[in-house]
Design a protein around this ligand. Structure first.
Ligand SMILES: Cc1cc2nc3c(=O)[nH]c(=O)nc-3n(C[C@H](O)[C@H](O)[C@H](O)COP(=O)(O)OP(=O)(O)OC[C@H]3O[C@@H](n4cnc5c(N)ncnc54)[C@H](O)[C@@H]3O)c2cc1C
Length: 392
């Protein structure tokens, strides 16, 4: 038996003992998602136990070094852990922009102090982060951002506005792009971290088509940020921003596979309408689901290869764009099929029968997948230029 076989056996046994049965159910609503943070209120004792147990082993971030709260697992061990979690439909113990976006950027560009401080808190779910990139006149053309950071010796004085800042009103800290030099577009941007409780920070929620309101406008009015919170060098924040975006796009690309807790679409459809007699008897719907499952499996295999290449430092820089575009399309298809399976019941916005319009709200939410993290048009432009070598 190899060491990896042994690791699989031990991991399986540990998960069997420690993953509460309630955490092996598909997510029913946004409330089931654990985001951690200073104001975290667990939705159930099981959710808290699951987070605490996984964090104690470093398995919220299994492949991060143990010195920063991670599990210190090799890529092969991380893959085994993910497979064993998927096999029992275990929920993600912690959803976090800290894990999927800021963490990788800090591991590459952060100082030792920044890593020790922030990464360990991210791993334990103690601090919830938000992303301050987009501005009213800087979305796809992100490098046009104007939020200014004036050098005041030991600190920066930050003034400006961000927009579409997801969960800014619930986040504890922000990773933020600011302009430290007006004479150079990309070369005048810096990447800073600060506490959302700092004087001068305010947020205003924006209501979405789905009826939810996770977005905010975020305003900075003479916010003082210590220089120690600069990541990488002043005016070199664009490098950090791009690296982080690659990880964000990789995370969004996985939504088509993970949005129902890793469950195959067919299981969700059966749970909604039952196997026989109902709409699943419709050959067109069945064929649509079968085609989706084939594509999702192919995409899953490609994602695995991509992640291996990324970890080995061999990934093409435009790969996240390719994956983000296709993952977005898959996620949209998944939710369209779930709406078809649900029929008119699924259209009910506020009834018990439709579980408070859960399917419709999730379907509407997928419309944003092709905008967040960079629009589909921008991803296709990148693929055309960087992979297909087409003229720009
Ligand atoms: C759900 C969601 C969550 C988000 N969360 C955050 C967050 O937490 N933090 C944050 O900073 N931002 C966030 N955003 C903002 C997001 O990153 C921007 O909306 C996105 O980058 C697009 O920018 P924009 O809205 O300014 O659109 P624009 O850039 O104004 O684009 C408008 C349209 O023009 C097209 N277009 C623009 N330029 C080109 C081009 N060169 N070629 C072809 N087509 C083009 C675009 O594809 C799009 O269809 C979020 C957005 C969504 C939808």
């Amino acid at each position: 038996m190899t060491d990896l076989d042994q690791f699989r056996i031990e991991t399986r046994a540990w998960l069997a003992e420690n993953c509460p049965p309630e955490m092996r159910e598909p997510l029913r609503s946004d409330k089931d998602v654990c985001w951690g943070g200073r104001n975290y209120v667990p939705s159930s004792p099981a959710q808290k136990d699951w987070l605490d147990r996984m964090a104690a082993r470093g398995w919220t971030v299994p492949d991060w070094p143990t010195a920063y709260g991670g599990g210190g697992l090799s890529p092969a061990e991380t893959k085994i852990l993910r497979e064993e979690m998927a096999a029992i439909n275990a929920r993600n113990p912690l959803n976090s922009f800290g894990i999927s976006m800021l963490g990788p950027a800090l591991l590459k560009y952060g100082t030792e102090e920044q890593k020790l401080d922030h990464l360990t808190k991210i791993a334990k779910g103690q601090i919830r982060w938000c992303q301050g990139y987009s501005e009213p006149n800087a979305g796809s053309d992100l490098a046009s951002l104007a939020t200014s950071a004036e050098d005041k010796g030991d600190h920066y004085l930050i003034n400006g506005q961000k927009v579409w800042t997801s969960y800014a009103d619930q986040a504890d800290w922000i990773f933020c792009l600011v302009r430290t030099d007006k004479t150079s577009k990309q070369g005048g941007i810096s990447f800073v971290l600060f506490d959302m409780a700092s004087p001068g920070v305010s947020t205003k929620p924006i209501l979405l088509i789905s009826g939810n309101s996770p977005f905010c406008e975020t305003f900075f009015d003479d916010v003082q940020v210590p220089k120690a919170n600069l990541v990488h060098e002043e005016n070199k924040g664009w490098d950090v921003a791009k690296y982080l975006l690659g990880h964000e796009r990789e995370m969004i690309s996985g939504m088509g596979l993970a949005s129902s807790g890793g469950n195959p679409l067919i299981d969700g459809a059966i749970a909604t309408v039952g196997l026989s007699g109902g709409r699943l008897a419709d050959p067109l719907l069945r064929a649509g689901i079968a085609l989706f499952e084939v594509r999702a499996r192919a995409f899953g295999a490609m994602s695995e290869r991509f992640i291996d290449e990324l970890k080995a430092g061999r990934a093409h820089p435009a790969q996240p764009s390719m994956m983000k575009y296709y993952g977005t399309e898959l996620n949209k298809t998944r939710h369209e099929l779930m709406m078809s399976a649900g029929g008119s019941d699924a259209l009910e916005w506020d009834s018990d029968r439709s579980n408070g319009g859960a399917a419709a709200r999730s379907w509407l939410r997928t419309k944003a997948n092709s905008i967040e993290g960079g629009t589909s048009e921008i991803q296709l432009n990148i693929v055309a230029k960087r992979i297909l070598d087409l003229p720009s």
